[in-house]
Design a protein around this ligand. Structure first.
Ligand code: XMP
Length: 512
């Protein structure tokens, strides 16, 4: 394991991903991790991340000296480098004359193992993001690289295996960033590669078998890639002792449930219950216009239905969930001193405690792109692997205002066209989410010789990395034209299509 101690950098997750891309398992821990806990992990290497604080501030996060006594090679990046300089005798950090963000030209002055394979006869582009820099390196350290504004852009004490970089090797804009990180991992720390998704599947199936023994597990299938991968992995591990429940809440997209359920039933001998609960949900939603009220009805309704179904299965002790690594990482923020915020997963909010079940989360070590690789490894089809995220409250929050069965049918037909055209043009995989929203608004149109007075539908197609921020996708106009023409011609009840061109923030991805 390579441990990344997080000092609050926006790039911390990126470091972990780069290490994993090199085939090495890495974990992120808050910089407040105790020395004891760190020793117990016995890391093969430690990376100190960057961070927004200044070591010159009294209450900024510190380096536990125990980290340097573990015997594992250490790489400090940005704040991590400043921290090393600040903590070790002889080192000194000062405010840079100008804060520096973006590209800089790096000269490698004393190439050692860390810079092996990096061209040294011409400057290399690196990515900087800092306000402080090291003015005196600690005793025993040498400066190995510099830039115009930063005399010590890299330093090392090779005899103690401590290395540090002022720039960010983990960002794609840094030329040779991967070479430098890999030198640290393989030439200095001599870690073994072998963390692949195939090895993950094998190890995880074995671990699940040991953990679960003869116990029975229940799992909610949503149709998305995460819960499908959870189900297939568990099925591989414990076979029929896994019980999957798919609830049709009446606000799913066209074919949403059928596709996944049919696929899983045909390809795996899965215990799978397909619960048709459309009426229960739609009756409760009738006349409800408030978005939060809709969410509550669907959330509580799901728990109610799921609990009833799960209780009917004798001897279930575990609930499986598709929690991913970004939900698990304790994120560190330093606004007015260190504070630890723990994100939690609310997919099946409160279920485990309520039902007295233990939680099993086979994906809690993985990033989303790794889950997709596992899905490939398990042989799942592209239609499931690349499926866009779909909110729990489903189409209920894409029909603005009152939800009727008729309006649901109109939206489903429009949305089906959006999905089909995005897929046909290859844009489906380029965008984060693309869908139709039905507005509570009628406008006048003309069809043939007749005046129409029908609904408006909006297209919402966005680019995003994590749904926290998003921008509207610049989908070619001919594709938009085809979507619009088809919806107006083929979907009775819609006579106008508009395009949502708002970014998040300040708008959100969904309209409700
Ligand atoms: P917003 O609209 O907040 O959406 O920009 C961000 C992401 O979250 C999804 N979303 C939800 N997912 N339950 C969910 O499971 C919800 O209530 C919910 N609301 C929004 C949305 O589709 C987008 O991916």
């Amino acid at each position: 394991t390579v441990v990344i101690l997080d000092f609050g950098s926006q790039y911390t997750q990126l470091i972990a991903r780069r290490v994993r891309e090199a085939g090495v398992y890495s974990e992120i821990h808050p910089c407040t991790l105790s020395a004891e806990a760190l020793r117990a992990i016995a890391p093969k290497a430690v990376i100190l991340s960057g961070g927004p604080a200044s070591v010159r501030d009294e209450d900024s996060p510190r380096l536990d000296p125990a980290v340097l006594e573990l015997g594992a090679p250490v790489l400090g990046i940005c704040y991590g480098m400043q921290l090393l300089a600040h903590s070790l005798p002889g080192g000194q950090v000062a405010a840079a004359k100008e804060r520096e963000y973006g590209r800089a030209e790096l000269s490698v002055d004393k190439p050692g193992i860390l810079f092996e394979g990096v061209e040294t006869d011409k400057p290399r582009t690196v990515w900087m993001s800092h306000g402080d820099h090291v003015v005196d390196v600690p005793h025993g350290f040498t400066v190995t690289a510099s830039t115009q504004s930063v005399p010590a852009a890299a330093m090392e004490d090779a005899s103690r295996n401590i290395f540090a970089l002022q720039f960010h090797p983990e960002v794609a804009h840094t030329e040779d960033g991967t070479t430098i990180l890999n030198n640290f991992l393989f030439k200095i720390a001599k870690v073994r590669t072998g963390w692949t998704m195939a090895s993950f599947v094998e190890a995880e199936v074995k671990a699940l078998r040991e953990k679960l023994g003869d116990d029975h597990v229940v799992c909610a299938l949503s149709g998305g890639v995460d819960s499908t991968v959870v189900a297939v992995l568990l099925h591989k591990a414990i076979g029929k002792r896994l019980h999957c429940i798919f609830v049709d809440n009446g606000v799913l997209r066209h074919n949403e449930g059928d596709e996944v359920v049919t696929y899983l039933r045909e390809h795996f001998d899965l215990n799978l219950k397909y619960v048709q609960a459309q009426d229960l949900f739609l009756d409760r939603l009738a006349g409800v216009e408030d978005p939060e009220q809709k969410r509550k009805i669907i959330g509580y309704g799901f728990i109610e239905v799921f609990e009833k179904e799960a209780k009917a299965i004798p001897g279930v002790k575990w609930l499986a969930q598709g929690t991913l690594y970004p939900d698990v990482i304790e994120s560190v923020s330093f606004k007015g001193g260190p504070s630890v915020v723990i994100k939690s997963h609310h997919n099946v909010g409160g279920l485990p405690e309520k039902m007295d079940l233990k939680l099993v989360e086979p994906l809690r070590e993985l990033f989303k792109d790794e889950v997709r690789k596992v899905a490939y490894e398990l042989g799942l089809p592209e239609s499931i692997i690349w499926r866009h995220p779909f909110p729990g409250p489903g189409l209920a929050i894409r029909i603005i205002g009152d939800i009727t069965r008729e309006r649901l049918e109109i939206l489903r037909r429009a949305d089906k066209i959006v999905q089909a055209e995005l897929k046909a043009s290859d844009w489906y995989r380029k965008v984060w989410q693309g869908f139709a929203v039905l507005l509570p608004l009628k406008t006048v149109g003309v069809m043939g010789d007749d005046r129409t007075y029908e609904n408006v539908c909006a297209l919402r197609i966005v680019d995003s990395l994590d749904a926290m921020t998003a921008d509207w996708s610049r989908v070619p106009t001919d594709i938009l034209a085809r979507i619009s023409n088809r919806i107006i011609n083929e979907v009775k009840g819609i006579n106008r299509v508009v395009l949502d061109i708002s970014s998040k923030p300040p708008a959100t991805i969904e309209w409700e």
